[in-house]
Every structure is written in structure tokens, then in C-alpha cells.
Design a protein around this ligand. Sequence first.
Ligand code: AMP
Ligand code: ZN
Length: 487
Amino acid sequence: MNTGLQLYNTLTRKKEPFEPLHAPNVGMYVCGPTVYSDVHLGNCRTFISFDLIFRYLKYAGYKVRYVRNITDAGHLEGDRDEGDDKFAKRAKLEQLEPMEIVQKYTIGFHDVMRMFNTLPPSIEPTATGHICEQIEMIKEIMDNGYAYEVGGTVYFDVDKYSKEYNYTILTNRNLEDMLANTRELGGQDEKHGRLDFALWIKAKPETLMQWPSPWGWGFPGWHIECSAMSSKYLGAEFDIHGGGMDLAATHHTNEIAQSEACSHKQPARYWMHTNMLTVNGARMSKSAGNGFLPGELFTGDHPLLEKGYSPMTVKFFMLQAHYRSTLDFSNEALDASEKGFRRLMSAMGLLDKLHASEGTDDFDIDAIRENCIRAMNDDFNSPVVIAELFEATRVINSVYDGKAKLSAAGLEKLKVLMHDFVSDIFGLKDEESSNVELNSVLDLMIDIRRSAKENKDYATSDKIRIGLQGIGIQLKDSKEGTTWNKI
Ligand code: AMP
Ligand code: ZN
């Protein structure tokens, strides 16, 4: 199966032809959210990027099993197994049971993903639902000699592993530099090497979420959950593993180490990383406090926002950047996206109103489609596809205005093109047209205006047109009738 798709592989640092292990089946694992608080817009960018990838792989004919986990335990504040458990801390703060926190923010995450019209993954496993699998994997790593226990905590032995495997394969960093940049071990440290990380952490009596294990009561380290769940649902070797770029250096590096120490296999053939959403150049993050919640963006209720933007405008804004480029948040950029998105949706609304002409087509719709496919096959280049869709928008408007012709076959190709790329692959939908009440009221206004014009009551017809313009709705007359769009 050759679809011509090329994707950038972080492992090899180049674009490669996509050759799944068991085509047409594709296994894709993406690190999901940590549900001790609301997801911010940066997290959403990563999940929207992988939704685009999931949708396009399906469109290209692959049968994709997309696994995206929910991290609902074992997340400490420090990068290196230190600090408080974030779930326990939040549970105390909100005076809730930790699993109430998990439930609350998982539901919130799903609500947001639905607003962005992303598809649910095929499997959404949770860390707490896979404690046995994690314990089994840790036992195997220990049996293979790559982990050791100290007083109820199990550490991964990076020194031993890196003698046989390349610990910095994903980041191409220098191991010596990494060691030099890591805190020296002190007298109270139990681990043997500076880079060693915990697979299982001994619980304190007050630890809220803890499970029995061969090493006593404790909880899993963060990295092991993804290795255990990806291998359970996709096998020891699968096709794509993804997440945000910030995960490559530690979380994904440790995932590779765990999997290799267990099965001696590099778990994923292609590692894909999405770039960060930034605010004034700084990465949006929960800890930096510059993370917009999607709800704040939709309502405009945030000091940095001049107004609210709809979920589809925000999604369109994100798709206008390539997933491997950084994307900086600004009111101006969102305003421009809002206009662009409306232009696209207005054109989509005209598609069913276009009339076919006799003779040859004035536009080559096949060429636009080929350009879109070429762009998506070039490592999912969504901004180039959007430029092509604006070309298609120009075609739609010209045909609607009677300035250009398309045959019935040409029109059908145009409809299929827009449906495939706008609806199926980008997952964009017209929020206005799904607002039934607004549509009905506007249809009524347009009808009253038409009657007024027929009766030569131009004062009323102008009042309607100018009045609607005043609230941001523009009427457009043509020989086919009157349509409207938001300005
Ligand atoms: P977390 O819930 O913090 O584990 O993050 C969930 C996902 O969002 C991970 O894949 C992160 O890499 C990703 N992520 C975090 N911050 C950003 C950001 N500012 N822009 C894009 N993705 C991000
Ligand atoms: Zn992960």
C-alpha cells in the first residue's frame, strides 16, 4: 500500500515515507492529558494536531487504532520523581476525593475536545486502570537487569541501559552533557545514578492513591504507564508514537528505554512531536500560569483577550500553522483567522446553490485536489491546504456570481473536494448554520425584505439590511436569491 505519505520522524530527524508494519492497519499512540486540572489551549493544540493526523490517515485508507491515554495517577511536581503528587494536592485543595478530581477534569477534557470537533480515539486507557500491567512490566525490566529496588521504590538503571542502547536517540543530546546538567546525588539519595528514574514509588502513609505491589504499597512513575498501555493495545512494536515536543527529552526518552529494556525492541517506528503554542513567545503551560482555558477564549473573559472567539475559529487558527512550527497566540492573528474562517464557511454555504453550465470548466478542480493531497502527504502541511481551499473559495464565489462556469461534473468534484478537506480531514463545521434559531430568524428577515422590495417599500428593505449589518450580518443579493454571512 503506497499512499505517498511522508512524515517527519524525530528518531531519524528527517522526513520518511510512511510504511506501516502491518498495512493497512496502523497503530498510533499519543500521550494524553494529565487530568488534575483543566486542559489549556496549548494542550488542545497538540490533540487537534493528532486529530488531523488521525483523520488524514483514515482518509488515505489506513485502518487506524488510535490510543490516547489519560494520566490519572503518579504525576509528581518535579521532573525527577520529586515533590507532591499533583492529584493529591488538587484533591486537598478542592476538598474532593482524588478520583473525583480525575472524573471532573476528564469530563471537562472530553467536552473541550467535542467543542473542537475532534474524533474520539479508538481506545482511551487510564493509568489507574492499568496498575497490574505496569507492575508486570516493571518486574520484567528488573528480571532483565535494568532496574533495582531500594526500600520499596524501583529505579530504572540508565547507566546499565546506556551501555547497550542509545539513551539519547530521540534528542541527539550528549550523555556527558546531560549528566553534567543533572543535580549531583546527595547522601540521602537512594538511586545509584543521576539519570535513574522511578518506575515504582513507595507510598507514604498519607499517600492518597496507592496500590499493593511486590515492593510494598506504592504508585507507578509517570513514564511506565505509556509503555505498559501502548504495548498492551498496540504490541511491543507499533507505527506512530506522538506527543508535544516538551515530552521528547524526558518522558519519551524514558519510554523508549523502558520498552527496550523489556522487549529489546524500539517501540515505535515513527516518533512525531507537535510544536508549542506560545503567548508572547513563551510556552503556554499550566505551571507558568499563562495558559488560557478554552472556555475563557470562547467567552473572551481573560485580561489578554479583546473579545471571544468560537471553537472553530480557534481550530482554524491552529490549522493555519504547520504542526511542527511554533504558533504564537495574539488577538490580531485570531481576528484574521476569524475573517478567513467565515469566508470559507460562506463559500461552503453557497455550494448547494451553484448551477452547472454547459461546456468546458473555467477552473481545474482536479489540480486543486492534487495540490491538497500533495500538501497533506508532505508531513501534513495544513497551511498549504488552507491556501488551496481559499483558491476553491474563489472558484465558488465566481461561479455563484455568474463570472465563471463549471459543468455538472466539475461542480460535483468541487463539492467532494470541500467536503473531504474541510469537513472530514480538518473537522471544521459551520457553527452558524448549526444554529437553527438564528438560521430560521434570518430566513424570515430575508423573506420579509423580499416582500418589501416587491412592494417597492425600500425603506423597510433598507432598514433590514442596514440593521443586520449593524449586528454583524451581511446580506448578499444575487440572481439566485439572498444569502448572508457574518462580517
Ligand atoms: P499534560 O497534560 O501537561 O501532560 O500535556 C498534554 C499534552 O499537551 C502533551 O502532549 C504536551 O506535550 C502538550 N502540551 C503542553 N503544553 C503545550 C503547549 N504550550 N503547546 C502545545 N502542546 C502542549
Ligand atoms: Zn506518555
